[in-house]
Design a protein around this ligand. Structure first.
Ligand code: CUA
Length: 337
């Protein structure tokens, strides 16, 4: 048993360190805000660790000294007392200097963070819902305003301003590879500026407990070159693709006649609900139900047939459909690229 202890220890550490990299890690920064924060936390950790080690040494040294053989009469030594007083005062002074220094560092880091998005050309309003993200691209031209859900495309290398709010409870927007977290509060608008240095997909997670499916409230920042981003925005502005097959046509009719239409919008059709994700281009997204399932025909069917099994407590109701009807609706939705 003893032989396996080191192996178990190394394995545990290796598994633990796995969390330090990848598409959702504050220790693997991919943008200026996350880099600033990572630098700050490493500096704080290093300095505090050094102070801790020094304090431990200062404590351990007298403890390790050989105890005196017998009690000696108390001698008042003014010089020794003065030396000790100087040591204590120096330690107090150093502590004050370190604390003030760390406070100043935090202050300047905050200023750096605030400067990231000061010239942001793109503003995206992110609204938290139990348990998904509404994403609205603002534009001076009303016909260019785009609403989508859960996945946030941004141009790489450019600052983007996020306006964060919520319709129900407090959520928290956190994409660790790109920035710190910020709450989405009903009735309030918080501003978070982000920037991704390079194209890539960065995972985010709601970071404030917001109810039963808090853990299944994921988001994805998809940073891509400017031309690709512009093309994506243009595509998304278009109406939903017309159904290509008879089955998909049946699916569209069913969708419009059943309760789906009460909550979801599909651009170019009479479906105009706004309390649930916009489905105009749902099949172009990589996941379903805010990162709960990957996008596929099977998962679409599973989600519609049994939303409470996939995401218990979610506000997606079970719609009464037979097998053929379910297949038809799935055929329609999977064509909405
Ligand atoms: Cu939304 Cu936790």
């Amino acid at each position: 048993m003893k032989r396996f202890a080191p192996i178990a220890f190394v394995t545990a550490i290796a598994l633990f360190l796995q969390g330090c990299a990848g598409w959702q890690s504050a220790l693997d920064p991919k943008g200026p805000a996350a880099s600033e924060l990572a630098w700050l936390i490493w500096f704080f950790t290093g300095l505090c660790a050094a102070v801790w080690v020094l304090v431990m040494i200062a404590l351990a040294l007298p403890l390790m000294m050989r105890p005196r053989e017998r009690a000696e009469p108390l001698v008042i030594d003014a010089d020794a007392d003065n030396r000790k007083l100087r040591v204590v005062l120096t330690a107090v002074g150093l502590t004050a200097v370190i604390l003030v220094g760390l406070t100043l560092l935090s202050f300047f880091a905050n200023r750096t963070l605030a400067a990231i998005g000061s010239d942001a050309a793109l503003t995206i309003r992110v609204t938290g819902h139990q348990w998904w993200w509404e994403v609205r691209y603002e534009d001076a031209t009303p016909s260019h305003i785009l609403t989508t859900a859960n996945e946030i495309h941004i141009p790489a290398g450019e600052p983007v301003r996020l306006l964060l709010t919520s319709t129900d409870v407090i959520h928290s927007f956190w994409v660790p590879s790109l920035s710190g977290k910020l709450d989405l509060i009903p009735g309030r608008m918080n501003v978070l500026d982000i920037k991704a240095d390079k194209p890539g997909v960065y995972r985010g997670q709601c970071a404030e407990f917001c109810g039963a499916q808090h853990a299944n409230m994921g988001t994805f920042i998809i940073a891509e070159p400017r031309e690709k981003f512009d093309a994506w925005w243009n595509d998304q502005l278009g109406p939903a693709a017309a159904p290509m097959s008879d089955e998909a046509k049946t699916g569209e009719n069913l969708f419009l006649k059943r309760p789906c239409v009460m909550c979801h919008k599909i651009g170019g059709t009479p479906a105009g609900g706004t309390v649930a994700p916009d489905l105009t281009h749902i099949a172009s997204r990589q996941t379903l139900a805010a990162g709960t399932l990957t996008m596929s025909r099977g998962n679409l069917a599973a989600w519609i047939a049994d939303p409470q099994g996939v995401k218990p407590g979610s506000h997606m109701p079970v719609v009464d459909l037979n097998g053929d009807e379910l297949n038809a609706i799935v055929a329609y939705l999977e064509g909405l690229k």
